[in-house]
Design a protein around this ligand. Structure first.
Ligand code: FES
Length: 184
């Protein structure tokens, strides 16, 4: 004769906990995938990249003022931001000598294309990716609150350095930028 052991209330509770735990992990993984995909899909290397250490050409045609293009170059996130006239004016107002990491706006952009700010997308404090502040007010780091102006210069710590500017140059068409080279 086979005797079936009837599960106790404790056993049933334990099974429910295990099941809930598995469901929660699955939902979390699905949520992370859904949240990360749009970002990853916009980070693909530009189609004109020739090799991992080679410069990349990024077309900026159709990128409206206020928009930011994200590209990966040598495994680093590069932000190419099309500044509005107001953002440019804000970057040029006030004495840059009083900043934490003094640098003029003209030292950080090319003279012929001051509307384009090209920076690495990492906070110099500990490497977090800064978020754009609403209304073209620069960037803020989500990790410890460092703030950066419309020239990518740090205006509030704990970061002590500006967003790094990579080597870049514009093609003669003015609408294609080469990241990782001094000329194009
Ligand atoms: Fe940006 Fe710390 S990593 S403030």
């Amino acid at each position: 004769m086979v005797v079936e052991n009837k599960p106790s209330d404790d056993d049933i509770q334990e099974q429910r906990r295990n099941c809930l735990c598995k469901l929660t992990k699955f939902a979390a993984a699905a949520g992370v995938t859904a949240a990360v995909w749009p970002l990853i899909s916009s980070l693909g290397p530009d189609e004109t990249a020739r090799g991992e250490n080679e410069p990349i050409d990024v077309s900026l045609a159709g990128v409206a003022a206020g928009q930011t293009v994200r590209r990966l170059w040598q495994g680093k996130l590069i932000l190419i931001h099309h500044r509005t006239p107001e953002e440019i004016a804000a970057a040029r107002t006030g004495a840059h000598s009083a900043l934490i990491d003094p640098q003029s706006d003209s030292e950080r952009v090319t003279p012929d294309h001051p509307q384009w700010l090209v920076v690495q997308g990492y906070c110099p404090h500990a490497g977090c990716v800064p978020n754009a502040r609403p209304g073209g007010q620069g960037w803020v780091c989500p990790c410890h609150g460092s703030e950066f102006d419309t020239s990518g210069r740090v205006t509030r710590g704990p970061a002590t350095a500006n967003l790094a500017v990579p080597e870049y140059a514009f093609h003669p068409d003015g609408l294609t930028v080469r990241i990782g080279a001094k000329d194009a």
